[in-house]
Design a protein around this ligand. Structure first.
Ligand SMILES: Cc1ncc(COP(=O)(O)O)c(C=O)c1O
Length: 364
């Protein structure tokens, strides 16, 4: 990733080390100020063509990837409305996986939740075992649970689900996609996978990407009341002509075009940058505090640190604000018990070192 100093944002607000929204460099923000184009014009079709092609390259898939005008939650709702026939198994190991479950319930699906302790990962064996207990037609889980900093093993879970007959896998990859490679074409099928623009794609909020398997379109055709705005068959019809069903967020799509170009130009470097920031932060956290997630399942996009020193995280953030930096307090009941440092967006390894140094000063 380019160093933030190469494209400094003129600022009077803190640099974001929160797990989204994240820092966006000026060159990408500038892409959003290109002249407006009509969404039924040839200029838009050209933009759509590039985006659809690059979204497939990004996920290493031949299947469609839809660009939605919504935040990540909308993508989750789209997955549930189109992907669950009736009975869905939801693994809940934090706040966002609970949200997935609640979306299933509020859309009238027969949802069974399997609760794990916050901080635990979803394991393939458990998925296999729970699936054997009922005639589920879909499974939801969150690849990277942002409330706890836990990354569950996507490929292994996809493998287990693929061994079942006609069970769909719905994955929230909101804070994993673009932080680690997700090569959909090289793994067992994932029927719906969603991410949001304001996370590791390092764009402003407002876009969701929804990768949808071929067979998922066939099932959607059999599901009544899929709604209108998030109907994948309508998305697919427009996608085939490089359009969108409704007026899309064109400015954000211009920025996405540039971001894809940047990632695809040097994927290894893009992902290495996230890994380096994560490893630096974890090593530091193990010395100064303790990591919250179950060992071996620590997130690459963000680190959730257990506040075993009992510092005031609110005071820490106030101090960091004096240095124009901001991290995230713990989520929900983990507030003050944990805090979270993001590795997404246009913050460099040096920025991260500076942040950790300031936290050292605070605790000393
Ligand atoms: C893992 C995860 N899923 C879903 C969401 C919801 O995304 P949005 O706020 O874009 O709707 C978030 C937001 O932080 C998240 O971290």
């Amino acid at each position: 990733m380019r160093a933030i100093d190469d494209h400094p944002v003129k600022r009077d607000v803190p640099r974001l080390f929160i797990p989204g929204p994240v820092e966006v460099e000026q060159s990408i923000l500038d892409a959003m100020t290109r002249p407006m184009i009509g969404h039924r014009s040839p200029e838009f079709t050209a933009l759509g063509e590039v985006l659809h092609r690059d979204a497939q390259r990004f996920f290493h898939t031949q299947d469609p990837v839809y660009v939605l005008c919504s935040s990540g939650t909308g993508g989750m709702e789209a997955a549930v409305r189109n992907g669950v026939r009736e009975k869905v198994l939801c693994f809940v190991n934090g706040a966002f996986s609970e949200r997935f479950y609640k979306i299933c319930v509020s859309n009238g699906k027969d949802a069974t939740r399997i609760d794990l302790a916050w901080g635990q990962a979803v394991k393939p064996d458990q998925v296999r075992e729970e699936l054997s207990r009922g005639d589920f037609d879909a499974v939801t889980f969150v690849h990277n649970e942002t409330s706890t900093g836990v990354m569950s093993p996507l490929e292994e879970i996809a493998e287990v689900v693929a061994q079942q007959d006609d069970v769909f896998l719905l994955v929230d990859a909101v804070t994993s996609a673009a932080a680690i490679p997700i090569r959909l074409g090289d793994m067992a099928p994932v029927d719906y996978l969603v991410t949001g623009s304001q996370k590791a794609l390092a764009l402003p909020p407002g876009l969701a990407l929804l990768a949808v398997s071929e067979r998922a379109h066939d099932r959607a055709a059999t599901i009544e009341n899929r709604g209108t705005y998030f109907d994948v068959l309508a998305m697919n019809k427009s996608w085939k002509s490089n359009q969108t069903p409704n007026t899309p967020p064109i400015a954000l799509m211009q920025a996405l075009k540039d971001r894809f170009a940047m990632i695809l130009a040097d994927e290894a470097n893009w992902y290495r940058a996230h890994q380096e920031k994560a490893e630096l932060t974890r090593d530091w956290a193990r010395k100064q505090f303790q990591l919250f997630p179950e060992a071996g399942f620590e997130s690459v996009s963000m680190t959730c640190i257990e506040n075993n020193r009992g510092i005031s995280v609110a005071d820490l953030n106030q101090t960091l604000r004096d240095h124009e930096m901001l991290l995230a307090n713990g989520y929900g009941h983990l507030k003050e018990k944990t805090f979270r440092i993001g590795h997404m967006g246009a913050v460099t390894l040096d920025d991260t070192k500076e942040l950790l140094g300031l936290i050292d000063d605070f605790i000393n």
